[in-house]
Design a protein around this ligand. Structure first.
Ligand code: NAD
Ligand code: ZN
Length: 379
């Protein structure tokens, strides 16, 4: 029996207040409105960005909220005006969108869509400023327009990538955020040349995907920087050739890297969210040609401080959301790279839990254990 046009009651993990375990609730999910799609989520995983907004220490708090943005699912129904998706399509919801009409979407150089770019403070749908989730009539806020910690969710069509239905959703769900972000940050933004050296700050899933990008680009040295020594063992399977723990040195890590490399690395990619690491990632690139790319999500009050001479000395500082990929145009091809075995994803998935145990995924991330924990919605 079709559920199109009807309210769906289903399970969702609701964050009622900051830092408290999510609570499994029955929620009502309204039908998709104009330009919206309702998706049955099959697999979702936890990215550090979810944890920042759950913890809400350095971010604006917005509760009650359904978090989650890295996921894979199947279209259940579509709203008015949606022509390029239909029920049954396999999709990845994406935290940043592509309207295909604004100057950014028309530019080859940008994925910062005017209509649908990431907005961490918005808790409603852009169409009518309302939430599609409620419990006994009380609205529950959305997160990043995706809210994938729910069996069903409503997403703007511009934030939905339609992918090959043969692709295993329990694996390619990690391309919906972390792996595309890290990989794209290297191959689309840092763009190391064959034989160059690359430093990766933060060896979580995003950083190791950035390392994978460096490996595929033919980097000669991939230097991994992390404060958690347990990451180094894991990172050996991702082509990282050398490791630096800033805690092991009594001088700034940028100086350690400059000594290791005769003046600095050719490229660096920061995937930590720590403002200190962002500054080090910039200052450790070689003068004359070095390029640093920031990926980590900072606290809302952070400020980046460096001496302007570091820039005058011909270093470049860049930043990226979602590895500069356009979600609808580019992500289907990234999924194909996995299907063609050019890109490995399985090694990023170190844990898996049923939906009822979603709080365990938070515990693993807070303990710095493993990379991605995939949450199985049907279990
Ligand atoms: P993660 O927690 O799995 O990994 C982060 C790693 O950084 C950890 O291993 C941690 O030990 C390390 N770290 C923290 N502070 C450090 C420091 N000062 N120096 C060296 N290492 C340090 O997180 P993740 O899911 O891989 O995400 C990484 C970052 O990327 C987060 O900030 C996340 O919010 C951000 N992110 C950004 C985008 C984007 O589009 N720009 C997309 C996804 C995630
Ligand atoms: Zn993310």
């Amino acid at each position: 029996m079709s559920t199109a046009g009807q309210v769906i009651r289903c399970k969702a993990a609701v964050a009622w207040e900051s830092g408290k375990p999510l609570s499994m609730e029955e929620v009502e999910v309204a039908p998709p409105q104009k330009d919206e799609v309702r998706i049955k989520i099959l697999f979702t995983s936890l990215c550090h960005t979810d944890v920042y907004f759950w913890d809400a220490k350095g971010q604006n708090p917005l509760f009650p909220r359904i978090l989650g943005h890295e996921a894979g699912g199947i279209v259940e129904s579509v709203g008015e005006g949606v022509t390029d998706l239909k029920p049954g399509d396999h999709v990845l919801p994406i935290f940043t969108g592509e309207c295909k009409e604004c100057p950014h979407c028309l530019s080859e150089e940008s994925n910062m869509c005017d209509l649908l770019r990431i907005n961490t403070d918005r808790g409603e749908m852009i169409n009518d400023g309302k939430s599609r989730f409620s419990i006994n009539g009380k609205p529950i806020y959305h997160f990043l327009g995706t809210s994938t910690f729910s069996e069903y969710t409503v997403v703007h069509v511009g934030q939905v990538a339609k992918i090959n239905p043969e692709a295993p959703l329990d694996k390619v769900c990690v391309l919906s955020c972390g792996m595309s972000t890290g990989f794209g940050a290297t191959v689309n933004v840092a763009k190391p040349k064959k034989g160059q050296s690359v430093a990766i700050f933060g060896l979580g899933a995003v950083g190791l995907a950035a390392a994978e990008g460096a490996r595929v680009s033919g980097a000669s040295r991939i230097i991994g920087v992390d404060l958690n020594p347990s990451r180094f063992e894991l990172a050996k399977n991702f082509g990282v050739t050398e490791f630096v723990n800033p805690k092991d040195h009594n001088k700034p890590v940028q100086e350690v890297i400059a000594e290791m490399t005769g003046g600095g690395v050719d490229r660096s990619v920061e995937c930590t969210g720590s403002i200190q690491a962002m500054i080090s990632a910039f200052e450790c690139v070689h003068d004359g040609w070095g390029v640093a790319v920031l990926v980590g999500v900072p606290n809302k009050d952070d400020a980046f401080k460096t001496h302007p001479v570091n820039l005058l000395n011909e270093r470049t500082l860049k930043g990226t959301f979602f590895g500069n990929y356009k979600p609808r145009t580019d992500i289907p091809a990234v999924v194909e790279r996995y299907m063609n075995k050019e890109l490995e994803l399985d090694k990023f998935i170190t844990h898996s839990v049923p939906f009822s145990e979603i709080n365990k995924a938070f515990e693993y991330m807070l303990a710095g254990e493993g990379l991605r924990c995939v949450i199985r919605m049907d279990a």
